[in-house]
Design a protein around this ligand. Sequence first.
Ligand code: NAP
Length: 300
Amino acid sequence: MERITISKDLSFSRIIHGLWRLSEWNQSKEETLSLIQYNLAQGITTFDHADIYGSYTCEDIFGDALSLAPSLREKMEIVTKCGIVLPSPNRPQHRTHHYNTSKKHILSSVEQSLKNLRTDYIDVLLIHRPDPFMNGEEVAEAFTQLKEEGKVLHFGVSNFKDHQWNMLQSHLPYPLVTNQIELSAYNLENIEDGTLNLCQENRIAPMAWSPLAGGNIFTSQDDKAVRLRTTLEKIQGEIGAEGIDSVLYAWLLNHPASIMPIVGSGKKDRIQTAIDSQSLTLNHDQWFEILHSSMGHEVP
Ligand code: NAP
């Protein structure tokens, strides 16, 4: 498994495991532990969480499993997020879906994540989405306090565009280490609007969420999905890949921006598909044919 340098004292596995859907997998804590152990044995050491996943339950499910083998904590990197607030049976005080990046909210969210995850530090904390009510100075105060207390080692963002990135970065005396963005051959927004270039400009490796378009690519009948599937199937045959999922991962992994796909499945064979796709090479013709079929036309 390739490692990607995130900071001088931190690296991530090229393939990351995402826990957004963990509560839907209905696993016993032993099964979740077995999945964590499988990932680690295959070299996937980076796990992506958020406070809100599973209506505020996924971090706790993961932490509960980890409590069966606490020594595994030091073999992994934990990423979690804060800043989105959801109305939920677990948070009856919240009337509406909103964002909160106040110092008070960031600090209390991290305290809860540490408890849920049964750990005393988070490797990387991300602000989940750009907040139109954000006070960069206050976020920086919260980050610096968490860093000084040793509760969070590094900070990043998710779904930030260039101006949002630059605003927050301008308040911090240390670099943001990643931007977690939606990125797949199906969803080109962050390529087309320059967000991927922003990552390259800042020499940071982006984490790609929904690398398989959230699973829609396998079944959707919309024109783009149908076009893309036809091309992916053709190239799957050409490069000897097992499925179109492998080609979708390879499309991200072959890009020069050191994109780190976050696998969203809890099934070991599907995680293995992502790992194996690291060995697939796409030539320029194949990479651009996939791009063209997603765009619906050739590049100018
Ligand atoms: P994804 O890999 O694009 O989609 C996963 C879905 O695809 C699952 O429902 C999975 O079903 C299905 N799938 C995978 N392989 C398949 C196959 N061969 N055939 C049919 N279906 C298949 O990733 P995602 O779950 O949307 O996102 C990945 C991670 O990104 C999340 O866990 C989370 O950590 C992160 N994320 C971040 C944000 C953000 O705003 N920062 C937003 C969304 C997600 P099975 O479960 O049945 O395998």
